[in-house]
Structure formats: structure tokens, C-alpha cells
Design a protein around this ligand. Structure first.
Ligand code: ADP
Ligand code: 5GP
Length: 198
């Protein structure tokens, strides 16, 4: 039987050469995905890493674009084969960053952006000390709940799990290089741009 290490992923120090890893993290519903899409529209030269997940697709999500949607068995196989740069379990599903494609883009000098949750972001910080990590904060907890509910894409159970986790995630904001409050969207986007491009 395959025994999975708890919250494992990257464990050894690795040295990315020319490019750089950028980690965007923060609680679910804070607006990371929306900020990321806007950032990619403004900066098509960035490489966005499409994650692998065992979550079911939401309405409008496209396999290979939003995520690679796979079964839990397949995910566990990929973990055992060392295929992830980091991975974590979040709200009952696995999420992971494909290793080789990300390392290839860093080697070719790209800025590679990961949009991932707290445990994965911690793994990346431990493995790639040169990564730039940005934590996105909500203007308030009630506003975070409004955004998760307003997205109207998750079950009540999934919303409750995300909110339970959010408080602990927000308390970890200081672990990261830069904290940005996503209150006014344009301001937050400009702040991210400033962090990336100076
Ligand atoms: P995450 O990727 O962090 O889970 P999303 O990008 O899916 O969050 O955003 C959650 C919801 O919040 C979406 O409906 C999005 O349109 C909305 N949203 C994002 N940024 C803002 C903002 N600055 N003000 C108001 N609503 C926002
Ligand atoms: P959602 O189900 O709302 O798309 O994502 C849930 C959480 O998982 C979000 O905080 C998102 O940033 C995070 N996530 C997405 N992809 C990855 C990944 O590859 N690794 C990790 N650790 N988290 C991810």
C-alpha cells in the first residue's frame, strides 16, 4: 500500500538558475485567481503554472487551462513518482504544482507564477529561498465571506471548510515577503506589478 507523507512535496533545497518563482498566496476567495488573470493579460510574458487537482471542475473551468483535473488515485501515484514541486490537501481535495514544466520555464529565464494555498507556499519558500512570495489579504473577514459566497460556485460544505481555514491562513500573512490587501482591485493589481517589476 502506498503511504503518503503528510503535507509533503518538495523536501530538498533546489537552486533555480536564471528565472524566478513568484508565489501568490492567501485565503480562498480573496481574489487571487482574478488578480492572476488580470496580471497575465497585462504581462503575457509571465508563465502561469497550471496546477493539478482532485477537485471537480466548476462551471466554465477547462481541463488543462484552469487545472488538470485527475482522480485521487492518479494524484497519489504522481506524488509517489515525485512529479510535484509542492502539493497539499485543501478543503478535502489535493492540489499540486507540476515539477518539470515549472523548472524548465525557470531554466529558460521566465518569471513563473504559482497561485497556491498556504501549505504549498510554505513548501516553496523552504525549497526556493529566492522565490518572491506575495500574500493577498481581504479588507475584512465578512468581505471574504461575501466574495466566497458571491462566487456562487461552491457547496455550503465547501464554503464552510474554506472559511474555517481562512482565519489561520490570514494569521500566517507575515511569513511572506510582501502583503497586499485586495480591497480596490486596481490598486491591488498595481501593487503586485510594483512588487514584480519595481
Ligand atoms: P481566489 O482565487 O482567491 O479563491 P477569486 O479570484 O475566485 O478568489 O475571487 C473570489 C470572488 O471575489 C470573485 O467573484 C471575484 O470576482 C471577487 N473579487 C476579486 N477581487 C475583488 C475585489 N477587489 N473587490 C471585490 N470583489 C473581488
Ligand atoms: P480552488 O478550489 O478555490 O480553485 O482552490 C483552493 C485553493 O487551492 C486556493 O487557495 C488555490 O490557490 C489553491 N491551489 C491551487 N492550485 C494549487 C497548487 O498547485 N498547490 C497548492 N498547494 N495549492 C493550490
Amino acid at each position: 500500500m502506498q503511504v503518503l507523507p503528510i503535507q509533503s512535496g518538495a523536501t530538498t533545497k533546489e537552486c533555480p538558475p536564471q528565472g524566478r518563482l513568484i508565489v501568490l498566496t492567501g485565503p480562498s476567495g480573496v481574489g487571487k485567481g482574478t488578480l492572476m488573470q488580470a496580471l497575465l493579460r497585462r504581462h503575457p510574458e509571465l508563465y502561469y503554472s497550471v496546477s493539478v487537482t482532485t477537485r471537480s471542475p466548476r462551471l466554465g473551468e477547462i481541463n488543462g487551462k484552469s487545472y488538470y483535473f485527475i482522480s485521487r488515485n492518479k494524484f497519489e501515484q504522481l506524488v509517489a513518482q515525485g512529479e510535484f514541486l509542492e502539493w497539499a490537501e485543501f478543503a478535502g481535495n489535493y492540489y499540486g504544482t507540476p515539477r518539470e514544466v515549472v523548472l524548465d520555464h525557470i531554466r529558460s529565464g521566465k518569471l513563473v507564477v504559482l497561485e497556491i494555498e498556504l501549505e504549498g507556499a510554505r513548501q516553496i519558500r523552504a525549497t526556493f529561498p529566492s522565490a518572491l512570495s506575495i500574500f493577498i489579504l481581504p479588507p475584512s473577514f465578512p468581505e471574504l465571506e461575501n466574495r466566497i459566497r458571491g462566487r456562487a460556485q461552491d457547496s455550503e460544505d465547501a464554503i464552510a471548510r474554506r472559511l474555517r481555514r481562512a482565519q489561520a491562513e490570514i494569521e500566517a500573512a507575515d511569513e511572506f515577503d510582501i502583503q497586499i490587501v485586495n480591497d480596490d482591485f486596481e490598486t491591488a493589481l498595481n501593487d503586485i506589478e510594483a512588487a514584480l517589476f519595481g
